[in-house]
Design a protein. Structure first.
Length: 757
């Protein structure tokens, strides 16, 4: 049927055409053959997807059951379903619209016997999968502590995402599970079949295997599905790609909608190459670019476009808007992380006074550990906030576990904390042993830790269990004693290391494990700001009490990975510094590909903003308890000057509107030494002094002080410095001192760095 005759089937001007721009209309009209719709951020992707579906039905090209429409989330499927019903004036029944997993399960059940299952097969959840892996590890005499079930499952899941069966991974042994991963994978799959069960990865893998081995079933689906549509094609992994190609072989009427510039999930298996080679996979494909943006201002789009243009792995498009240019993207240079959190909170409060809803403001960070500083500042000033796509910092499992260890060091009577960590990490202390300890505790009216201490001196417990528990008790006694000699942050790190808790996450190969380790480092680093461990624990208790969810407007706080698909009037993008963003881990692990994915994250972050994007970076960052002097992110140099306002609060006084020097300029023309040392925000003097990153002076590292100067200095005074030791004051220039140190020679530094001997 020609396009002209098809359109005549429906009304001359159907409602779903209304408001479509020329590119969107072209994406809807080209129905036959392979089509790639490159939908830039904010260009109306969902509307085009829905209009294509409705057009197929309205023109009689296909019945609902002849369309396979694949989304990545149930939410997206529900939105398309609702919009289509609204456009058609009726609900649509019988079509295949849903997520990859849901559709694969639906198509697999009628033929489940051919892959060794029955149609009533069970889909196992995470707990059941781990329980099954534990059994297999036990059979193979593999230590769970060194090879956590979650880590084993993560490797198996990645193999399934790549479409690999057990016999196809024989050469990929690795070090996990004593090199027995391929054997465990085969045993795991065999056991699943015996249980008439599968995990989520099996749904697509089994169906792909079914179609490859059964031409009759493949031919049946080819006859059924005349049209295939795929949302978020840039996020597909290998097995999804292979499955779609197989189903599209016959008619080749496949339309994939996506944006290579928003491919940010490589760490969980997404293959950007799938969208980049679409025209190779489907020769003669029509490519439609959606470039008119309906979300952001001109300055925001230009800034994002200049950054993403530095990527080589892209098909290319230029977003534009008919809206106003709006405000330039603001790049704010700040002194340290504390000032950054304070600045963001102050800006939010100012915008709130101007009538901007808190619901229309968001703070987007590169990594989860970065949320802590903002959460604490928001709580301190009573600013309502929500954490999207994840838990608040102190509610995360690794933080709660670590806090339980710290609580027990301070308060051995804390039974709730004891119950939480007694077998975390795994120590072979089962429910019956814990019940025995609990019964003794109640019978003798003592804490669980005291009950444990008494029972290990008896024969009531098995020898191995007694030894394990005695070692745990000795650990807590040792850590408690260390508080008298070492800083509490150092004791906390020792406790987490010696207890095996840090090692548990280091051994975990799950994608989220590195982030959990980062969170633990952030926790330990944050402790250094408090005088004692009890003071820190009290602070956290107050924070948790203040984070009770409240109704009403709230600022959104999230990671950049969790921001995709969202939009806000005002977006804050803090922490744009080398090693944080772009992430050093991403670049070290994946080289250029990792850097380009980081750049796509920057693009996603900026394009979430409708009216204003505010980027910030700092000169001093307390990271994992250590002060560092980070370079500005390379992405800041990629921003176009015509669309950016750069503002600095470094040096003596605010220099609003002054362009800050790029990192390349700083390298060739470093600021004067005095400016490096004395740089501080205007209101820094009113705050309690804190250490910052050591500054290099004549080959030595000079820590910024942890105290205020203790009175007037005079030439000849004996001076002491934390790093350089004793010295004699030779010259005074205002608050600048020249000191002849006994062992380090003569150095110049600020008065606040030293005190009288």
């Amino acid at each position: 049927m020609s396009l002209t005759s098809a359109l005549s089937v429906s009304s001359p001007d159907p409602s779903y055409w209304h408001g479509l721009n020329p590119a969107q209309r072209a994406a809807v009209e080209v129905q036959d053959g392979p089509v790639l719709v490159l939908a830039g951020a904010g260009t109306g992707k969902t509307r085009v997807l829905t209009a294509r579906l409705v057009h197929l039905l309205a023109t009689g090209r296909a019945y609902p059951a002849q369309i396979l429409a694949v989304t990545f989330t149930n939410k997206a499927a529900g939105e398309i379903r609702a919009r289509a019903a609204q456009m058609l004036g009726r609900s649509v029944e019988g079509w295949f619209l849903g997520t990859f997993h849901a559709l694969a399960a639906r198509l697999l059940r009628p033929h489940a016997e051919r892959v060794g299952l029955t149609p009533s097969f069970t889909i196992l959840g995470d707990d059941d999968q781990q329980r099954l892996i534990k059994q297999l590890l036990s059979i193979e005499n593999i230590d769970e502590k060194r090879s956590p079930p979650r880590a084993v499952l993560a490797v198996i899941s990645r193999w399934k995402d790549r479409g690999l069966l057990p016999h196809e991974v024989a050469g990929e042994k690795g070090s996990l599970a004593d090199g027995k991963m391929p054997k465990l994978y085969a045993a795991y799959q065999k056991r699943l079949l015996e249980l008439n069960a599968c995990d989520f990865g099996d749904l697509l893998l089994h169906h792909l295997t079914l179609l490859r081995k059964n031409p009759d079933i493949l031919a049946e689906l080819h006859a059924r599905f005349r049209y295939i549509m795929v949302d978020e094609y840039q996020d597909t992994n290998t097995v999804q790609y292979l499955w779609l190609r197989l189903l599209a072989q016959a008619h080749k009427n496949i339309c994939c909608v996506g944006d290579e510039d928003q491919s940010i999930y490589g760490w969980r298996g997404a293959e950007i190459g799938n969208i980049l080679r679409f025209e190779e996979d489907f020769p003669g494909a029509t490519v439609v670019r959606l470039e008119q943006n309906y979300r952001s201002t001109g300055h925001i789009l230009a800034a994002a476009g200049h950054i993403i243009a530095n990527n080589s792995m892209r098909l290319g498009k230029v977003l534009w808007t008919s809206a106003d240019m709006g405000e330039p993207v603001r790049v704010q240079s700040l002194w340290d992380g504390e000032e950054e959190a304070r600045w963001v909170a102050d800006e939010i409060e100012n915008l709130r006074k101007q009538g901007v809803s808190l619901n229309e403001m968001a703070v987007m960070v590169r990594a989860g550990f970065q949320t802590r500083a903002f959460e604490e500042r928001f709580i301190q000033i009573g600013l309502p906030y929500r954490v999207l796509v994840g838990l608040r910092f102190y509610e995360r499992i690794e933080i709660r576990d670590a806090m339980a260890y710290l609580r027990l060091i301070v308060s051995p009577e804390d039974d709730l904390a004891f119950e939480r960590i007694i077998n975390t990490p795994k120590r072979g202390i089962g429910p019956s042993a814990i019940q025995q300890l609990g019964s003794f505790s109640k019978a003798h009216s003592v804490s669980l830790m005291e009950a444990t201490a008494r029972l290990v001196e008896t024969d009531a417990l098995k020898p191995k269990l007694r030894q394990t528990l005695r070692g745990l008790l000795q650990g807590f006694a040792r850590w408690r004693g260390l508080l008298d000699h070492l800083p509490h942050a150092e004791v906390a790190q020792i406790a987490l290391d010696e207890s095996g808790y840090t090692g548990m996450w280091q051994a975990d190969k799950a994608p989220e494990a590195p982030g959990r380790l980062d969170n633990l480092k952030e926790l330990v680093g944050a402790m250094a700001e408090f005088d004692t461990l009890p003071a820190f624990l009290e602070h956290v208790a107050l924070v948790l009490d203040a984070t009770t969810q409240k109704e009403g407007e709230q600022v959104s706080l999230m990671t950049l990975h969790g921001a995709k698909g969202l939009e806000f009037d005002i977006v804050f993008l803090p922490g744009w510094e080398e090693e944080i963003f772009p992430s050093r881990r991403a670049i070290d692990g994946n080289g250029t590909a990792g850097l380009e994915e980081e750049r796509r994250l920057a693009y996603v972050g900026i394009t979430r903003a409708k009216k204003q994007a505010l980027i910030s970076h700092v000169s001093n960052r307390l990271l994992y308890g250590n002060w560092m002097n980070p370079m500005p992110s390379r992405f800041l140099d990629e921003l176009p000057e015509a669309h950016v306002t750069r503002v600095s609060r470094l040096g003596n006084g605010s220099r609003a509107g002054q362009r800050f020097e790029s990192k390349r300029e700083k390298e060739s023309h470093p600021p004067p030494l005095w400016e490096q040392i004395s740089a501080r925000s205007p209101d820094r003097a009113s705050l309690s002094p804190r250490p910052v990153h050591p500054i290099q002076i004549e080959g030595h590292a000079t820590p910024v002080p942890t105290h205020r100067p203790d009175g007037a200095f005079a030439v000849g005074d004996r001076i002491t410095h934390e790093k350089f030791g004793m010295g004699t004051l030779r010259r005074i220039e205002g608050d600048k001192l020249e000191v002849a140190f006994d062992k380090k020679g003569t150095l110049k530094l600020m008065a606040r760095f030293v005190k009288k001997a």
